[in-house]
Design a protein around this ligand. Structure first.
Ligand SMILES: Nc1ncnc2c1ncn2[C@@H]1O[C@H](COP(=O)(O)OP(=O)(O)OP(=O)(O)O)[C@@H](O)[C@H]1O
Ligand SMILES: [Mg+2]
Length: 333
């Protein structure tokens, strides 16, 4: 404010004072003009310096917000005697597991008992909100059950360190997030030490290599928020390539609900084959094709298991399952 006033009134004062000095013959006109020109050059940095204070106060407020988030302690942490879990066969057991998101809310998963053998693919089906994603989230301990226990190879996962538990599990999610960076960076996120040859091999297995080759900078193409936008199917195959790179014992696949065209659908299915092979997989399936390929199907309703078996068994025995297929909730392709 003061600086602004001085900037406006300053030259007038200097002309008045300078004019008087010129008349008295003390200085020349050139000196006054040069003085004012130089003074103007001084104003700009001086007012910038004054603005700096405002910027600093604003940034300080932002930093406080950021650090308050960074300082949050996660509710799920390693127990005092948590041990690493170096090798896993990958047999999973949900033992009478219930989970509610909040105190007093109804259970999103209710008394689920389910064994999945090592190497088995189990499809989880059910209407929207039936608890499929929630059940899967209990495995990498995004939440802990409010009742019961989840075991891998007979060990309660709460006794394993989070880092080693999660190193055995890969999740291919409903909507995969790609961060702003090259395709290569996005793939390497899954395995930082991977060589380019490994990345290409994983991309080939996930049926996305040929597509990447058609992009302007191939593996160097920038994707993400402000980069090249990939379609849902392409993002999903990139996510599958990431999971192949991680090479986990246990795989959780939360299939995208959005319909893919038949070309993309075929590519995604082909990409899934090497990923599911030999791993314990929990597949939340929205497509009949994926369900048919599973060893076993488990149907959830309001968080409870209401039926399980193969597609043929369930089609005959379970009205609810036949209904699900008929209502096209499971999209046949
Ligand atoms: N973060 C959350 N906080 C509170 N409630 C939640 C949260 N996530 C899910 N729920 C609720 O838990 C229940 C089960 O949700 P979940 O996401 O597991 O369903 P879903 O079977 O995966 O459905 P969809 O097929 O639509 O993905 C729903 O009633 C849902 O509203
Ligand atoms: Mg879901």
């Amino acid at each position: 404010m003061l600086l602004g006033l001085f900037e406006t009134a300053g030259p007038a004062l200097i002309f008045a004072g300078g004019g008087w000095l010129i008349i008295r013959g003390h200085i020349g006109l050139g000196t006054v003009v040069a003085f004012i020109t130089l003074l103007r050059r001084l104003y700009q940095p001086a007012s910038q310096l004054a603005g700096l204070h405002v910027d600093l106060v604003t940034s300080y407020a932002y930093f406080e917000r950021v650090f308050s988030v960074l300082d949050l302690t996660p509710s799920i942490v390693d127990g005092p005697d948590a041990r690493p879990f170096p090798t896993a066969r990958g047999a999973i057991e949900f033992r009478d597991v219930s989970f509610a998101y909040g105190r007093g809310t109804t259970d999103a998963v209710s008394h689920v008992s389910l064994r999945i053998e090592a190497g088995e693919t189990v499809a989880i089906v059910g209407g929207s909100g039936s608890g499929k994603s929630t059940l899967a989230a209990l495995l990498p301990r995004l939440y802990d059950p409010t009742h019961g226990a989840v075991l891998i190879d007979g060990i309660d996962i709460r006794t394993i360190t989070l880092a080693s538990l999660r190193s055995h599990i890969a999740v291919v999610h409903q909507d995969t997030y790609l961060f702003h960076g090259s395709i290569e960076d996005n793939l390497r996120y899954a395995k930082p030490e991977a060589t380019l040859a490994e990345l290409v091999e994983a991309a080939r297995a996930a049926q996305i290599h040929d597509f990447i080759q058609t992009l302007p900078d191939a593996y160097g193409t920038i994707v993400g928020d402000r980069g090249y936008q990939l379609s849902g199917g392409e993002r999903q195959r990139l996510a599958i390539a990431r999971a192949i790179l991680r090479n986990p014992r246990i795989l959780i696949l939360d299939e995208a609900t959005s319909a893919l065209d038949s070309v993309n659908e075929g590519l995604v299915l082909a990409a899934l084959e090497p990923l599911l092979d030999g791993r314990t997989s929990l597949v939340i399936a929205h497509r009949l094709s994926t369900v048919m390929n599973a060893h076993r199907i488990v149907m959830l309703d309001h968080g409870r298991i209401v039926a399980q078996g193969t597609h043929d068994e369930l089609s005959k025995q379970s009205h609810a399952y036949a209904d699900l297929v008929r209502r096209q909730t499971l999209v046949a392709v």
